[in-house]
Design a binder for this molecule. Structure first.
Ligand code: HEC
Length: 130
């Protein structure tokens, strides 16, 4: 009886996982991430650091970059730039920030990460800044 119960739970868990099979493992929406990266992140990079295309790093390097969460060599944390207060602060001059104003920061974070990993130099679809 116990064995059968365990087996059934296993099957049920497997079925539960199925509807997510088509999504990126981390649930990021790379299309939204692409818009945000191009019109918010890149908009700023163009003015200061120079463009930083997704192809400037490998998939593993991007994963490590997001895991560390540091930005500008540690001066800022990267999550500030997907945060709602940051989007609020630029929304009148930045349409992408305005458009995604109600997207939770954790989601936008995953979206941008999904885009740069997809667009990495060894990713599925290497991507420039625009
Ligand atoms: C307010 C302006 C600004 C915004 C917004 C911004 N960045 Fe940056 N970013 C910079 C500057 C300036 C540097 C260069 C720092 C240096 O070289 O000293 C930089 C550097 C980087 C680097 C190179 C490595 C590093 O950390 O120095 C990456 C990668 C990066 N940004 C990713 C992002 C992503 C992803 C976003 C959007 C979620 C973003 N940035 C938003 C200004 C910005």
């Amino acid at each position: 009886m116990k064995i059968r119960y365990t087996f059934l739970s296993g099957v049920m868990l497997g079925l539960l996982a199925l509807p997510f099979a088509g999504q990126a493992a981390d649930g990021g929406d790379w299309k939204r991430g692409r818009v945000y990266y191009r019109f918010v992140c890149t908009d700023c990079h163009r003015g200061g650091s120079g463009e930083i295309p997704p192809t400037s790093r490998s998939m593993a390097e991007w994963k490590a970059y997001f895991q560390a969460g540091k930005h500008e060599k540690g001066k800022m944390s990267l999550n500030y730039y997907v945060s709602k207060p940051f989007r609020e602060s630029i929304k009148t001059k930045n349409q992408a920030a305005a458009k995604f104003i109600d997207v939770p920061a954790e989601q936008l974070w995953k979206d941008v990460e999904a885009f740069v990993i997809r667009g990495a130099k060894d990713g599925d679809a290497p991507a420039k800044c625009n």
